[in-house]
Every structure is written in structure tokens, then in C-alpha cells.
Design a protein around this ligand. Sequence first.
Ligand code: FES
Length: 140
Amino acid sequence: MPVEVTPPSRRTVLACAGLGIAATTLTACSAYDDQPQPESAAPSDGGAPAALAATADVPVGSGVILDDVVLTQPTAGVFKGFSKRCPHAGCSVSEITDGNIVCPCHGSRFDLDGAVVNGPAASALSPKAVTVQGDSIVEG
Ligand code: FES
């Protein structure tokens, strides 16, 4: 006796495809969760945060530009931190010249306190909290 097989309906096919996509997404998400997470500046063991720079490396009346932070020392013993991101259009500031932090893209200049000296930037560099611990400058 022949068995009659009916093809699946369009709705059934779409529902199965949706379940397949959901399963793939869940698998991808759980695989991402297994990846090692980037380390933050603050260690998870409760120890001291990593030094951004030695205080001796930041000249008085000037500063240094690091990977993602600008450190300045406007007056002896006063250290400040700023985002490297220029508030005008997001370029990274690139140098500190004549007491000004300079953005190479459109020429904005900021003083060592992050305030705008010359536009087109209309607002100051974003501050980043830094503190001195011993001979080091640390985030926070
Ligand atoms: S992005 Fe810095 S001046 Fe335009």
C-alpha cells in the first residue's frame, strides 16, 4: 500500500528556518561569552591600578599623550588627565606645543586644563580622573 507524503507547508518551512537562525545566534552568543574579556585598568584582585605614567615623565607646563589619555602638569605637582578625542569631530589630539594640546585635523588647540584656546572645537577636552600614587599617575 503506497504511503502518501505531503510536502511541508510554507509556514512550517519558515518556522523551522527561524528556529535554525535563533539556534545559530544563541550558539554564536554563547561562544562570544567564552572569549576572554579585555583587562581594565583596575585589577580584579583589589590591588593598585596600573600606572599610566611616572610623574617625572610629565613635564611641568606641558604634558604627554599616551595611547588613550592626555596627561598634563599645568603647574608643578598638579596633574590632569583628558580624553585624546577632540570634541570637534573626534580626531585624536596629536601633540603638545607651547603649552597647547593640538588637534591635527582642523587645528583646534586646548590649554593644559583642557579648555578651548582655538576652535573650531566649541567645548573642552573631556576630563579623565587621574591621581598620583607615589611616583606614578594612575587612573581614578
Ligand atoms: S577634529 Fe579636532 S579640530 Fe576638528
